[in-house]
Design a binder for this molecule. Structure first.
Ligand SMILES: Cc1cc2nc3c(=O)[nH]c(=O)nc-3n(C[C@H](O)[C@H](O)[C@H](O)COP(=O)(O)OP(=O)(O)OC[C@H]3O[C@@H](n4cnc5c(N)ncnc54)[C@H](O)[C@@H]3O)c2cc1C
Length: 504
């Protein structure tokens, strides 16, 4: 019998990373009876960014993961894997600003009611001012949005949250992004939508988009349940995920990748041979690990790709009901937290003891900025203090907590990234055609799970059946994504829908 791991004799696919993209690829390969080995550097957990952590009987996603897709195939796959363990959730999410909760998406009547007569008058005056004296040729996000809504509403609903998520002043962000993000919307439109019944508003498509995001599905035990179940099925099929093995080298010769070098927790290394290789690891790291090294122009392009990182402070609160939302966006400028998820409102099974609540507080940062390297106890302290400052609970109700740092949570789309990607792709396609890039960081593409999964599935089909799907065409549908991405704490998709600095 031929050795499935020797190149040339038969197909043996090596998948780097047991996140949604890698596991979906592996699952699809097993459907086609193609031998596959998934290697994952995490010693304990599959699911990548879509994993679920457990602490003191409470379960926390790394930022809550809604299951929602326009792809019937992906929805069907979630159902196939989870059956009745994936449940519909009616979405309730609001914005917290200075002690008040505002509907999200924003409704004018609710917003003005919450702001009160004085602040409302201030907003309207600032709107009138913007209409009478708009910034001519607005270049920044701040100027563009202020022109549409007035500066005061901009400060309340756009400034702080955008700056928390992206870490860049709204004065430096390009108006271009705002133009796409808030297309065709102005204060008059918002008020009209708030006052008129749905049928008289027009904008049928918008209504459809809204309906789609008003509900979503969610696994009983968190997003990670999906990926734990897929991994269990792979194991049952004879393809267990190799946990705790990090790819530290990718060896190639003669125009093909031959093996990956794996290092385990004890520091031992070994070569894993394969005929095809699917990578979900960040492109920057993949290119740096090639042996022999990629040409300098390709290495420079990969080095130039940027990422935004993310910390979750997960707190166990000794109270059955904290707030009714699945998550709240925190616009208050006085606190650093960007979003707070309440996981029992996704699924009651997320807490073992119904008298407790599990809150995930999200802090956006860069790996190199101060907060990333704060000791856990300082981050836990910050989380507790901010819950109290926001009036969500008392300090003594916070029983315990744990911190999770997610590097490279967001691939950054700066002015140059598309060019860098082209350089890398062009070389890889030519030089190493048996190395396939899929997933979110694997393609440096701002994908949700569904699109990450789809790229993995299509590549698996190409390998197993000889089809020629182009995974780079997945997720070019920016329209609904814009709403969809709201769940990630920002509304972005497609090549240009992530903010960019103003070109100098
Ligand atoms: C805050 C936040 C909220 C989100 N919310 C949603 C949501 O509501 N709904 C939704 O559908 N999607 C959501 N997403 C997106 C979703 O998390 C991603 O689309 C998905 O996890 C990407 O899957 P992936 O397999 O491409 O990558 P990842 O999830 O990043 O998995 C990659 C895997 O590769 C492993 N790996 C990396 N390097 C190596 C190496 N050298 N050797 C071995 N293994 C390696 C990693 O450990 C990881 O397990 C959200 C993302 C974030 C950051």
């Amino acid at each position: 019998m031929p050795d499935p791991s020797s190149p040339g004799s038969t197909k043996h696919v090596v998948v780097i990373g047991a996140g949604p993209a890698g596991l979906s690829a592996a699952y699809e390969l097993t459907r086609h009876r193609t031998p596959v080995t998934v290697v994952e550097k995490d010693p304990l957990t599959v699911g990548g960014i879509a994993r679920t952590l457990e602490f003191m009987g409470c379960r926390f996603d790394v930022g809550p993961h809604r299951f929602f897709s326009k792809s019937a195939e992906i929805e069907a796959l979630w159902t196939e894997i989870l059956g009745d363990r994936i449940q519909p959730v009616r979405r309730l999410t609001r914005i917290q600003y200075r002690g008040k909760f505002f509907d999200y998406p924003i409704r004018a009547s609710n917003a003005f009611w919450n702001l009160g007569p004085f602040e409302t008058a201030r907003c309207l005056a600032s709107y009138a001012q913007a209409r009478l004296h708009p910034v001519v040729e607005p270049k920044s996000f701040e100027d563009w949005v202020s022109n549409q809504f007035g500066h005061r509403l901009f400060e309340i609903f756009f400034k702080t949250y955008t700056e928390k998520v992206w870490g860049i002043s709204t004065r430096e962000l390009s108006a271009d992004w705002a133009g796409q993000r808030i297309r065709g919307l102005n204060l008059v439109e918002v008020i009209r939508n708030a006052l008129l019944p749905a049928g008289l508003r027009g904008g049928g498509e918008q209504a459809i988009v809204k309906t789609l995001v008003d509900s979503f599905r969610y696994p009983r035990l968190g997003a990670g349940q999906m990926w734990e179940t897929v991994a269990a099925r792979l194991a049952a099929d004879g393809h267990p995920v190799r946990l705790g093995e990090e790819v530290v080298g990718v060896r190639h010769a003669g125009g093909r990748v031959l093996s990956v070098v794996l290092r385990d927790g004890r520091g031992s290394t070994l070569d894993l041979l394969g005929s095809e290789f699917i990578s979900t690891m960040p492109i920057r790291e993949l290119i740096a690990k090639l042996q022999p090294a990629a040409p300098s122009i390709v290495r420079a392009a990969a080095e130039a790709l940027g990422y935004r990182d993310f910390i979750t402070v997960n707190l166990v609160v000794d109270r059955a009901e904290v707030f009714p939302d699945q998550w709240i966006y925190v616009h208050d400028p006085g606190v650093k937290v960007g979003r707070i998820a309440n996981f029992k409102n996704f699924s009651s099974a997320m807490v073992a003891d119904g008298g407790l609540s599990g809150l995930g507080m999200e802090y956006f940062c860069f790996e190199h900025d101060g907060m990333w390297s704060w000791p856990d106890r300082d981050l836990l302290d910050l989380g507790r203090r901010e819950l109290v400052a926001l009036g969500i609970c008392r300090a003594d109700e916070v029983k315990a907590g744990m911190v999770y740092r997610q590097p490279k949570a967001y691939p950054v789309y700066d002015g140059e990234y598309q060019h860098h990607l082209e350089v890398i792709r062009e070389w890889l396609t030519r030089a190493l055609p048996n190395l396939w890039l899929v997933g979110r960081n694997g393609m440096h593409h701002y994908n949700n799970q569904d699109h990450s999964m789809m790229t993995g599935i299509l590549v698996a089909r190409n390998i197993a059946t000889g089809t020629s799907y182009d995974p780079w065409l997945v997720n070019t549908d920016a329209e609904y994504q814009e709403e969809e991405r709201a769940g990630e704490g920002s509304s972005v998709e497609g090549g240009r829908q992530v903010p960019q600095r103003i070109a100098s």
